[in-house]
Structures are given as C-alpha cells and as structure tokens.
Design a protein around this ligand. Structure first.
Ligand code: 8X3
Length: 257
C-alpha cells in the first residue's frame, strides 16, 4: 500500500478573505464577519496589526499581502483551501490636488491599489469562489466612484474604475453561483483615510469632518457590508450607497458651528 500523502486540512467553516484588514473598515469588517460565524483571513501590508487582530478572533488567519503585487496575490490564493467571500477593501486616497496640478505618480498608486488590486484579488480567488458553490465578491468602493468633485482627482477616477469593475463583473458572472456586491460609503471618519490623503497634515485631515455631528464610523460601514453578505444566496445587493445623515452628496454636508 502506498503511504498516505499528507494533505492540508479541509476547512469546513465558511471563509472570508478581507484586504486592508489592518485598520478602519477592513478591521471592523473582519470583527463583524467573525462574529457572524466566518473564518476570516486577514490580509494587509502591516503584519503587526493583522497578527494582533487575528489573535483576538477565533480561527482567524493573518497573511501579509500587497494587493498590487500580482505574484504575491497568486501565491496567497494557492495557499487557501477554501474561499466563500472576498471583501476587496484595500485602497485609499492620495492627495487632493486639482487635475492640473496632480502628481501622476499619485494617480498611478491610487489606480494600482483601488482598481488593479481588486482585479488581482478577484482573478486569483475566482476559481475558489466558484468552487464554493455560493461565492461573494464584495467591492468597497466609494461615493467618489459615482460622482465627482474638485480636488477628487485620481481618487475619484480610481473609484470610478472600481465601480465599473464591479458592475462589469456582475454582468459577466450572471448565471454562476457568485454574487458581486458593491458598497459605496460616503463620509467615514477613520483614523487614517483623510490623514493619508493629506499626507499626514492633521489640520487638513481634521477639517474634512469639522462640524459634522456624526460622520459614519468604520463599524457602521462594516455592519452594512456584513448585512449585505449575510443575505440569502439568491439576494444580490448590487450597489448600496451609505452616508451619514449630515451628508446629502459629496458637495452637500451639514456642518454645525
Ligand atoms: C470617501 C468619500 O467624499 O472622501 O471614499 O471621496 S470622499
């Protein structure tokens, strides 16, 4: 008799891969999907953060990953036994310059993280999502993917790209057992989004939320994401826009004082 070939353990719990899970919406989503019974696989570039979070959550796994690195994404995909849900959350804004003044390098970085990162992860995990028989690809886009504003520049352009990717993928997968969900948040106050956009300028970052009584929190958005994912399989939340009550559009924000 031939000796048994050692095999990787087959994971029986529904598994959700979350990108950008080191902070903000990604970390909050990891917590909430874990509470909803998913085994969560946390990915991000910052190892210390995802390891610490993984230790808090039952069965959670942390994997350092840069979604713009296609070879790394493919190796990561090959290491997984099972994937039921992919939450494409990694991304962000860099700069608020007008088109005339923007640095093309910033635009390139934003396109790579917000669009190509989603493309890499989706392409690499699609075989496993199909094999699950009930897969979900979720894209965390933005209201910046649906409308534009001065100074939105490369971020608006990139999020429009992410929105179109989700819409096109949904058309292309129609008839297959994979849902494509897009959640488009408006103003969300996290520790990092505005600070990164304004390159560490705390005053400019704080001004984004000045006088807004209750901007959305990462937890608010994570609840929306978790709700959409946990609908019955035949229910596809195509696109859901979520904003704070004080924000009627990217242009119209009620500020007190
Ligand atoms: C964040 C929304 O208004 O800063 O995705 O572009 S906004």
């Amino acid at each position: 008799m031939r000796p048994a070939v050692p095999r990787r353990p087959v994971v029986s719990t529904r598994t959700a891969v979350i990108t950008g899970a080191s902070s903000g919406i990604g970390a909050a989503t990891a917590r909430q999907l874990s509470a909803a019974g998913y085994r969560v696989v946390l990915t991000a570039r910052r190892e210390d953060r995802i390891r610490a979070l993984a230790e808090e959550l039952p069965e959670a796994v942390a994997q350092v990953l840069d979604v713009t690195d296609r070879a790394a994404v493919d190796a990561f995909a090959a290491s997984l036994d099972r994937v039921d849900v992919l939450v494409n959350n990694a991304g962000g804004a860099l700069g608020a310059e007008r088109v005339a003044d923007a640095d093309p390098a910033d635009w390139r970085t934003m396109y790579e993280t917000n669009v190509l990162g989603v493309l890499h992860m989706t392409q690499a995990l699609l075989p496993a999502l199909r094999a699950s028989g009930d897969g979900t690809v979720l894209v965390v886009s933005s209201t910046a993917g649906l409308a534009t504003y001065e100074g939105g520049g490369g971020y608006v352009a990139a999020k429009h790209g992410a929105h179109v990717l989700a819409e096109t993928l949904r058309l292309e997968l129609c008839g297959e057992p994979v849902r494509v969900i897009e959640i488009a948040p408006g103003m969300v106050k996290t520790g990092e989004f505005a600070l990164t956009r304004y390159r560490g300028d705390e005053e400019k970052a704080a001004a984004v939320y000045a006088g807004v009584a209750e901007p959305l929190t990462a937890e608010d958005v994570a609840e929306t994401i978790t709700w959409a994912i946990t609908r019955p399989s035949h229910v596809n939340i195509d696109l859901l826009v979520v904003r704070p009550r004080a924000q009627a559009s990217n242009y119209k924000v009620h500020r007190e004082g």
